[in-house]
Design a protein around this ligand. Structure first.
Ligand SMILES: C[S@@+](CC[C@H](N)C(=O)[O-])C[C@H]1O[C@@H](n2cnc3c(N)ncnc32)[C@H](O)[C@@H]1O
Length: 381
């Protein structure tokens, strides 16, 4: 615990005072857990310090006993297979504005064996505390790889300026996952009610103004707002992706992810496909429930489907007539399609090689079709 922490008395809230768990939370939490496993394995073994900031931490546990994001971060670290090889445990910082939730989280943390792990719990407002945390991490560690999870209840407390400053101070390894409730925002985009909140979220009026001018509130505006937010995030990050979550309430929201690392995007896309084995783009509660009240992942596994897009055709269209590397092929699939890196081999290159429509021009593996780093190739016919 560092000077960031708020002195708090632990308080075990009775279940009825903890937040209710909604099925769609599972999608968000599985994404976090899958991504964090890879992120920690890669970065905690190669950097002396890594940090995780949960800007809207909640109570740590839901009414039905399931754990929330902050305990997922901790559990992922504590149960990590490569933990013994980490240079140091992650520095975890949790911010929560509700005192009773923060106190409950204090209770949960006190019940865990956290010896040797720096865990700070701050009772306070994200807007005030997040910049303070960023300053602290920058002063103490320089520019450690950092993952910030920004998961508010609405959209009026997450100014983009804070993410800009986060990047400016912590550098190119400061990643973020941000909740953006576009369906909800779309209802107000034509009004003056939430102009200020939208200006803050997008960082400027220009970034979302066109959506108001060109669309009527509704599904189309929601999709355009998502597109506009992606563009704003792209002003800070080289690589931006998003995962749609459609809860039973039909208030679709997106979890946006910004990173400068192709390995980061690769790991996040792998996580998307674990949550949505159909096309890796999103989770729809109604579909999962219609599949027979099975849990989200079981339902998806029960009815596997091939993705609608044809990755091989997309790649042929892009690389036709020129030589390209396996790295370029993966980057293309990761950044311009919904596919994940492994699909490049399984759905495109291997079938093309077997069909005689791909020739390897530079082989780096002894095995035919190994597609190891540095492999170069071209489509023929
Ligand atoms: C959607 S919940 C977070 C859920 C959590 N990330 C999880 O996945 O388990 C949002 C939390 O942020 C808290 N909160 C709301 N406004 C806040 C603010 N301005 N600063 C910090 N926390 C805030 C709420 O009390 C609530 O517990």
């Amino acid at each position: 615990m560092s000077a960031l922490s708020t002195p708090l008395d632990p308080l075990a809230l009775p279940p009825e005072r903890l937040p209710p768990y909604d099925e769609h939370h599972k999608a968000k939490h599985r994404l976090l857990e899958e991504y964090m496993k890879v992120w920690l394995a890669k970065l905690a073994q190669t950097h002396p310090h890594v940090a995780i900031i949960d800007g809207f931490a909640s109570a740590g546990r839901y009414r039905d006993g399931r754990i929330g994001s902050r305990l997922i971060f901790l559990r992922t670290y504590l149960t990590h297979a490569a933990r013994a090889r980490f240079k140091a445990p992650p520095h975890l910082v949790f911010i929560e504005s509700r005192r009773d939730f923060a106190q409950h989280l204090r209770f949960e943390l006190d019940a865990m064996d956290l010896r040797g792990i720096e865990v700070d719990l701050i009772h306070g407002e994200y807007k005030v505390e997040f910049p303070r945390v960023v300053d602290f991490l920058a002063t103490r560690y320089g520019q450690p790889p950092t993952f910030a999870f920004v998961d508010p209840l609405g959209y009026d407390n997450t100014p983009f300026a804070l993410l800009r400053d986060y990047r400016a101070q912590l550098g190119s390894r400061a990643e973020a996952m941000v909740y953006v409730p576009t369906d909800f925002m779309a209802r107000f985009v034509g009004t003056t009610l939430t102009e200020q909140a939208l200006d803050d979220l997008f960082g400027s009026r220009e970034a979302w103004q066109r959506v108001r001018e060109e669309t009527t509130p509704g599904a189309e505006a929601s999709a355009k707002l998502a597109e506009a937010y992606a563009q704003v995030l792209e002003s800070e990050y080289k690589l931006v992706s998003r995962f749609a979550v459609d809860p039973a309430s039909r208030n679709r929201y997106y979890l946006f992810f910004g990173s400068d690392s192709i390995d980061g995007l690769k790991a996040m896309k792998d996580a998307y496909w674990k949550v949505d084995p159909e096309d890796g783009r999103g989770y729809t509660q109604a579909i999962v429930e219609a599949a027979g009240q099975l849990g989200i992942f079981e339902a998806a596994v029960e009815t596997p489907k091939e993705p609608e897009d044809d990755l091989l055709a997309l790649m042929r269209g892009h690389f036709e007539g020129r030589e390209f590397s396996i790295e370029e092929a993966e980057r293309f699939a990761l950044t311009t399609t919904g596919f994940r890196a492994a699909h490049v081999r399984s759905l495109a290159l291997t079938p093309a090689l077997k069909a005689g429509t791909l020739e390897i021009t530079v082989r780096t593996s002894k095995r035919q079709g190994g597609f190891t780093p540095g492999t170069r190739m071209r489509f023929i016919i």
